[in-house]
Write a protein that binds this ligand. Structure first.
Ligand code: HEM
Length: 128
């Protein structure tokens, strides 16, 4: 079974001597990879000791990169700190998320605005 780590522990490995990052709930020791990373060591050091899932997925790493990262895996996050796996980003996902949050906002704002307008009209009517 893979060894489990918590962020309490992972955040200690946040410098050049020891660089750990978390991607999709798995913990990677990328120290030996720092000077080989095609994206440079800076970006890895910036994420050191943290959850780098979003940064990693934003770059759209190749399947080669995903294959390579397996060799740096040292364990997984403890169950209580795991996040639901992020779906790989695509234009369609973005569009769908945008639309659903948009319409859920409208479903609140419109009835409330209508209620306020109705109350105003009612009060004006009976106060005049
Ligand atoms: C174990 C983890 C990682 C591995 C094995 C890895 C590997 C690679 C590889 C092989 C490439 C070349 C392009 C490709 O094949 O996709 C690449 C590019 C890149 N990586 Fe990573 N990477 C890792 C983590 C990260 C993280 C956490 C970031 C955070 C920002 C990052 C940022 C980048 C950037 C910006 C490039 C683009 C370089 C360019 O196109 O000029 N990588 N990485």
């Amino acid at each position: 079974m893979a060894k489990e780590f918590s962020f309490e522990e992972i955040k200690k490995y946040n410098d050049k001597k020891c660089t750990w990052i978390v991607i999709n709930n798995d913990v990677y020791d990328v120290t030996p990879f720092l000077d080989q990373h095609p994206g440079g060591e800076e970006v890895l050091l910036e994420q050191a000791g943290k959850d780098a899932t979003e940064a990693f997925e934003d770059v759209g790493h190749s399947s080669d990169a995903r294959e390579k990262m397996k060799s740096f895996k040292v364990g997984t996050l403890v169950a209580s700190e795991r996040k639901p796996e992020q779906p790989k980003k695509s234009a369609v996902d973005w569009k769908e998320t945008g639309e659903s949050s948009d319409s859920s906002l409208k479903s609140w704002v419109i009835p409330i605005a209508l209620g306020l307008v109705a109350t105003l009209i009612y009060r004006l009517y009976f106060m005049s």
